[in-house]
Design a protein around this ligand. Structure first.
Ligand code: PHE
Length: 373
């Protein structure tokens, strides 16, 4: 009997050691330690053995049983671990890889990108962003900006007027003198703003000096050709405070021009006229294609047309007459001064990216837009 137990031990050890996976280990367990296993039968039958054999057979049988149990447990754990490792390796997902979206991701419109770039530059200079209504009163668009009655920009063929009846009830309207309208509004009291400059007056009504704001937004004019669309976008700038001069305007716009068009750029200002600035100027940046020489490969530079300069915006010192409309908000024309400027976002984007036709920004042709990823 003891020989049988020894044989079972040897066979059991060998079978467990040879088991190639967890299933084979389980098979060996059933075979050598299961309810119907030889060893189990021997141990169960001990009572029927002659008294002298019971002790040694029981001892040896239980020892072998414990040993094989231990080996099974160890082998099962080993196989489980390596099987888990294998599965982890085979099913591994690299969660740090970028996803693969089923459609190509979109991107910002080139005009949005240009607007944000301009905003970032002026935020860096300490300006804050203000926005105003696109449907505007004649008062803010013209009168308070020193456009005298009869100014040609107020003519029906220059400006889009809005039928006041279409605005609904409860909208308070002002006449061209800034006073609330007593009579029903006339056909020329409400319009689509022709520039972002009305926000100069609105912003000064809202806050005392010093004031440093930029105003991005859509504006409307009755123009339509390769460089003019009935709707386009501007960024207005207004800086009012103690002792602000034309030199500050020049320095500010130089910083701006270099940030957008490159560190080597220069800026020049030329006399001009706007009703709401005095003096008024137009601002040019040196051509970034030819470096300002006007010549490219011995030929006339096509971008600046040989002049070496590109016009980028209109500007000037805020006219004292404009301050006169907000005198009671702390803008005494005899004491405060400041500058204002206004630029077309499309124009900046066209220059920067060499876009030949302004209308391309609004046609939404993906072949054009995809170049601005
Ligand atoms: N509003 C002017 C325009 O649209 C630009 C401008 C803004 C000029 C501020 C001077 C000062 O042409």
């Amino acid at each position: 009997m003891l020989d049988r137990i020894e044989r079972i031990r040897d066979e059991g050890r060998a079978a467990i050691a040879a088991a190639a996976d967890a299933a084979a280990v389980e098979e060996a367990r059933v075979r050598y330690l299961g309810r119907k296993a030889e060893l189990t039968t021997i141990l169960r039958g001990i009572g029927e053995l002659p008294a002298a054999e019971r002790g040694p057979v029981g001892k040896a049988g239980n020892e072998v049983r414990r040993e094989l149990e231990g080996l099974v447990e160890e082998a099962a754990a080993r196989h489980e671990r390596s099987e888990l490792d294998r599965r982890l390796a085979a099913e591994a997902i690299d969660v740090t890889l970028p996803g693969t979206p089923p459609v190509r991701l979109g991107h910002l419109h080139p005009l949005t990108r240009t607007r944000r770039e301009i905003e970032d530059i002026f935020i860096g200079l300490g300006y804050r962003i203000a926005e105003g209504p696109e449907v505007e009163h004649d008062y803010y668009n013209f009168t308070a900006l020193n456009h005298p009655p009869g100014h040609p920009a107020r003519m029906l063929q220059d400006t889009f007027y809005v039928d006041p009846a279409s605005l609904g009830d409860g909208v308070e309207l002002y006449g061209s003198d800034g006073a609330p309208l007593t009579a029903p509004p006339g056909p020329r009291d409400v319009l689509l703003r022709t520039h972002t400059s009305p926000m100069q007056v609105r912003a000064m009504e809202d806050a005392e000096p010093p004031i440093f704001i930029i105003v991005p937004g859509r504006v409307y004019r009755r123009d339509s050709d390769a460089t003019h669309t009935p709707m386009f976008s501007q960024v207005e700038g207004l800086a009012v405070g103690d002792g602000i001069t034309l030199a500050d305007l020049h320095g500010t716009l130089l910083t701006f021009a270099r940030a957008v068009f490159g560190e080597e750029r220069d800026v020049r200002i030329r006399p001009h006229f706007f009703p709401f600035t005095e003096p008024s100027v137009e601002v040019d940046v040196s051509c970034f294609r030819c470096g300002g020489s006007g010549e490219l490969d011995r030929e006339r530079c096509g971008l600046c047309k040989g002049t070496g300069w590109l016009e980028i915006l209109g500007a000037g010192m805020v006219d004292p007459n404009v301050f006169g409309f907000v005198r009671d908000r702390g803008y005494d024309p005899d004491h405060v001064q400041g500058f204002a400027f206004g630029m077309g976002i499309e124009r900046i984007a066209m220059l920067k990216h060499g876009v030949p036709d302004l209308r391309m920004f609004f046609e939404n042709d993906v072949r054009m837009l995809e170049q601005f990823r």
